[in-house]
Design a protein around this ligand. Sequence first.
Ligand code: PLP
Length: 222
Amino acid sequence: MINICENYEGIKSVVLERSNSKVIIVAVSKILPIEFIKKAYDCGIRDFGENRAQEFRDKIKMLPRDIRWHFIGNLQSNKIKYVVGKAWLIHSVDSLKLAKQISDFAFKMNLKQKILLEVKTSYEMSKHGIDLSKAKDIYLEIKNIPNIELCGLMTMAPFTNDVKIIRESFHNLKKLKEELEEVKGIKIEYLSMGMTDDFIIALEEGANIIRIGRGIFGERRK
Ligand SMILES: *Cc1c(COP(=O)(O)O)cnc(C)c1O
């Protein structure tokens, strides 16, 4: 039996030991049935993350209104409508074009959508995200788009056991944050990085949002 509450408390205490700032722990509930999310909700968890737009749309209808939803997956333009205005924060915006499309939809709904820019912080494997070398310029461009509130940066470390590569990837995002904050008027509120296997390294590199799936819910079975 997986003990969701115990797992969550365990993660929480590690976070408290490692970090003195306020850290948001997002419980990544992708693929998992609603019952798991309800159990986690009963443990006091209010931040949940999903990565598929249709699954997100279907799940949120069946769950309490006070959940803060995080969208963390690749978002295609035809599925923006399922997510904008419903997710508290979209972590995975990886192009100027997508940011504009989100803004257009948010404008129609008369709201401002909070987003993060997803950055590719390592060269080992190609993942989603904007190239590190272009990220600063694109961040500054997106910052000017009207119906979105750009609040920070997100990354995924490469899939490797090499702790050095993982740390370097997170460190790159932290450096980008610092570079951006040298620009007048820019404040990077959130650094979303770290998952079950690497969140401690992420916290050491300044993460204030971590995204934990297996560490809370156990292994995912398809
Ligand atoms: C699945 C996923 C996570 C959580 O991964 P775990 O290894 O289960 O903690 C975090 N972030 C993103 C973007 C994911 O897709």
